[in-house]
Design a protein around this ligand. Structure first.
Ligand code: FES
Length: 123
């Protein structure tokens, strides 16, 4: 089943708009590079997004998948890359997106901005 990590590539993370590449772009590039070096679950993908409406706490990513709870995380930086991939891999092993609290990386526990329930099944 497909799990997606959307990464906001337009986050400034406190820098001005003229800073190129933006902090979000650098985070996306680092995640994509790390994914090439590491084993990640089949069906896990990293996708660019432009603004996750969490600009004041960027860099930001969102995790989602069919039938799963979705999460938005913020206050991220390049040091979070390995933990983000580890957390996403753990998320991908669940059927509903609910990873036990103690098994979540610290950045997921401290940086969670919102969680959204899965869409209800059609009646
Ligand atoms: S620019 Fe990244 S969340 Fe808005």
């Amino acid at each position: 089943m497909m799990v997606t990590m959307h990464v906001c590539v337009t986050c400034l993370a406190g820098k001005d708009r003229e800073t190129v590449p933006r902090a979000g772009r650098r985070l996306y590039d680092a995640l994509a590079e790390a994914q090439r070096r590491q084993d990640t679950p089949p069906g896990f993908r990293i996708v660019e997004a432009e603004c996750l409406s969490n600009c004041n706490r960027g860099c930001s990513v969102a995790l989602s998948g069919p039938g799963r709870w979705s999460y938005v995380y913020g206050d991220l930086n390049l040091a979070a890359v390995d933990d983000l991939l580890a957390g996403a891999s753990r998320y991908a092993t669940t059927e509903d997106g609910l990873v036990p609290w103690r098994e979540r990386p610290t950045i997921f526990r401290k940086g969670v901005i919102a969680r959204i329930p899965p869409s209800p099944k059609p009646v």
